[in-house]
Ligand binder design. Structure first.
Ligand SMILES: NC(=O)c1ccc[n+]([C@@H]2O[C@H](COP(=O)([O-])OP(=O)(O)OC[C@H]3O[C@@H](n4cnc5c(N)ncnc54)[C@H](O)[C@@H]3O)[C@@H](O)[C@H]2O)c1
Length: 246
């Protein structure tokens, strides 16, 4: 896929699947803008890819608006937005604090919405593509991650609703829904120690018997953002090695 001359903004671009996606877009010739609240890591990925870095918190709409405005000021347009920034809270519903509930909703749902809204305003009249990060847990329930499941379910239906609103504007909006992926998130916020046995248990829970590597998800993001996906909008695309097929 060729993204030469295309301007691509990627939230969560400092780590995991966002960073893998930034690398694949850069390899395909895009002008990449890495957006992340982790200033140091965002700077490292941007330096590696000769990309721009913008650091801040996507749960603030003013930051999202200014990120898109800075991109327009520097590159004159926006072709693709990828919303990979996200967090997880590992707690059963009954043990989830107000603070954790509000935090995950404001990042995973609010941040995704604010970035979509700012990007759509910039894309109107010229078209573009948006790829959100959903999850198998946006469709399936799981014990111990109730707020995360709720937040990803919201991202799925936000994706569908925005896609319908812009179906005739040349703005395609889809979501990639990964299964278990080998990124820092899969090890984070766990109450039990992250041992090789735990990682093996996670791999064994997947029909293919292994975690995904971040690039395997990034490939789908590039496809959805490309002209090859010209007839796709409002789709939630599972990349999960059969996890949700059961
Ligand atoms: N790892 C998995 O197994 C998995 C599976 C399905 C979906 N997902 C989703 O994929 C996306 C990427 O996850 P990952 O596993 O690569 O995670 P990761 O933790 O490696 O990367 C997430 C990045 O988002 C950034 N971020 C978090 N909150 C932010 C905020 N408020 N403002 C700006 N940046 C912020 C972090 O600094 C980090 O760099 C997330 O939306 C996640 O929920 C992950």
């Amino acid at each position: 896929m060729d993204f030469s001359g295309k301007v691509v903004v990627i939230t969560g671009g400092a780590s995991g699947m966002g960073a893998a996606t930034a690398r694949e877009f850069a390899r395909a010739g895009a002008r990449v803008v890495v957006v992340d609240r982790n200033t140091e890591l965002a700077g490292q990925v941007a330096a590696e890819l000769r990309a721009d870095a913008i650091s801040g918190d996507i749960s603030h709409s003013s930051f999202c608006d200014s990120t898109i405005q800075q991109t327009l000021n520097r590159h004159g347009k926006l072709d693709v937005l990828v919303n990979a920034a996200g967090i997880i809270v590992r707690a059963r519903g009954e043990a989830t604090s107000d603070e954790d509930w509000n935090r995950i909703m404001s990042v995973n749902v609010g941040g995704t919405f604010f970035m979509c809204r700012a990007a759509i305003r910039a894309m109107k009249g010229r078209g573009g593509a948006i790829v959100n990060f959903g999850s198998i847990w946006g469709d399936l329930g799981a014990s111990g991650v109730a707020a995360y499941c709720a937040s990803k379910g919201a991202v799925h239906n936000l994706t569908r609703a925005l896609a319908l609103e812009h179906a005739t504007d040349g703005i395609r909006i889809n979501a990639v829904c990964p299964g278990e992926v080998n990124t820092p998130m899969i090890k984070s916020e766990r109450k039990e120690p992250v041992t090789p046995e735990l990682m093996q248990r996670l791999a064994d829970s997947v029909p293919m018997g292994r975690l995904a590597e971040p690039a395997e998800i990034a490939n789908m993001v590039l496809f959805l953002a490309s002209d090859k996906a010209s007839y796709m909008t409002g789709s939630l695309v599972l990349v999960d090695a059969g996890f949700a097929a059961r």
